[in-house]
Write a protein that binds this ligand. Structure first.
Ligand code: SF4
Ligand code: SF4
Length: 352
């Protein structure tokens, strides 16, 4: 039995090693291909003469090949890095920054090119932009899925138990209650035998506000063990809440940040904040759709003008409305994803 489970583990480890190896190859090959293609496209922009028609035709054929190389390369970079660095905080940001650097190349490269114009330059810049679009198409779903899995995990467990010092090993009460945004005694880690002798409970206060509770103050547990009676009157019970003058306020706050009870409260805050953030984005999109579309179109026109600066009035095209709408939706999805990351940081790292 143990042999078969051992060999199954070996098999899954071998399979995982194989996938890692494949992902590394895809990433390295993609990065190499992308760098070569970017180098050649930039070289085409800078150095290939555009005066002779035959040379221009050759250069255009080359640009087509470089564009394909770049698209395949950045796809490999996106997929390979997505697999290898899944769960890393910076993965989505770096992929999107790289995609944006390629996509907006027509905006900044012409400044570097010093006014060099022509169809070859134009097509090379478009090829870089296409590379950015391909990488963006891989990066955005990876980012959205990453945020979705993180949010789901935070909804379920909040802060991982192994990150908590106070209350480590503490189990949820079997007869648990879990009132949304409730006080400490309405949360699942409040133990019945302590609660019945706990001045926080009888005074109807909250331990993290008093900075004294059953997970951090010996006196609270001792009272319960000794079966010390606590007055049922909230005011009198409040007077029996132990005071700890040995610790500073900052030290007390720190122990709350590491306590399962307070972190359960943080999980509730997160559950409350996530829908609020999503609703805010939907409201901004609905109420500010007109101005947002105008801004996005302005940005797209800027990119288009830069791409077509060599042939203004001939090749310059109006960006289709549906494309502008898609770009706006993508910006909003990216902003929403990063807002979720910020929210997660504020609630589970800074514990505000
Ligand atoms: S301090 Fe602990 S025992 Fe007392 S009410 Fe709060 S969670 Fe329950
Ligand atoms: S550490 Fe904070 S949250 Fe935990 S029991 Fe003490 S006062 Fe309550």
């Amino acid at each position: 039995m143990s042999n078969s489970s051992g060999s199954r583990r070996d098999l899954s480890e071998t399979f995982s090693d194989l996938l890692n190896g494949v992902a590394k190859c895809v990433l390295y090959a993609g990065a190499g291909l992308s760098l070569i293609a970017i180098g050649l496209l930039v070289f085409t922009c800078f150095a290939v003469p555009t005066d002779a028609a035959s040379k221009t035709a050759d250069a255009l054929k080359n640009v087509e090949i470089f564009q394909k190389m770049l698209s395949v390369g950045v796809f490999g970079v996106g997929v390979g890095s997505g697999y290898l660095f899944w769960g890393e905080d910076l993965l989505g940001a770096l992929q999107l920054m790289l995609a944006a650097a390629l996509y907006f190349a027509p905006l900044y490269l012409p400044m570097v090119l010093g006014g060099k114009t022509g169809e070859t330059v134009d097509k090379s810049l478009q090829a870089l932009q296409t590379g950015g679009t391909v990488l963006g198409m891989v990066a955005v779903p990876i980012l959205v899925f990453d945020i979705y899995t993180r949010t789901r995990e935070r909804f379920k467990v909040g802060v991982k138990a192994d990150q908590l010092k106070y209350g480590k090993g503490i189990k949820e009460e079997t007869t648990k209650q879990n009132v949304f945004m409730g006080k400490c005694w309405q949360l699942p880690f409040c133990r019945k035998f302590v609660r019945e002798r706990c001045p926080i409970y009888h005074s109807k206060r909250t331990c993290w506000k008093e900075q004294v509770g059953c997970m951090c103050e010996e006196q609270v547990i001792r009272n319960a063990m000794e079966n010390k009676p606590i007055p049922k009157d909230a005011l009198l019970a409040g007077r029996m809440i132990p005071q700890n003058h040995k610790l500073t306020l900052a030290q007390k706050q720190e122990r709350c940040r590491n306590c399962v009870i307070y972190n359960e409260h943080q999980r509730h805050k997160y559950k409350l904040a996530v829908p609020a953030v999503v609703i805010s984005f939907i409201t901004v999109y609905g109420a500010g759709h007109g101005p947002l579309i105008v801004m996005t179109r302005g940005l797209m026109d800027g990119v288009n003008n830069a791409v077509n600066h060599a042939t203004v009035g001939q090749l310059a095209m109006k960006t289709p409305d549906v494309f502008v709408e898609m770009i706006l939706a993508t910006f909003l999805i990216i902003s929403l994803s990063y807002s979720m990351k910020i929210l997660e940081y504020l609630i589970f790292k800074l514990k505000i």
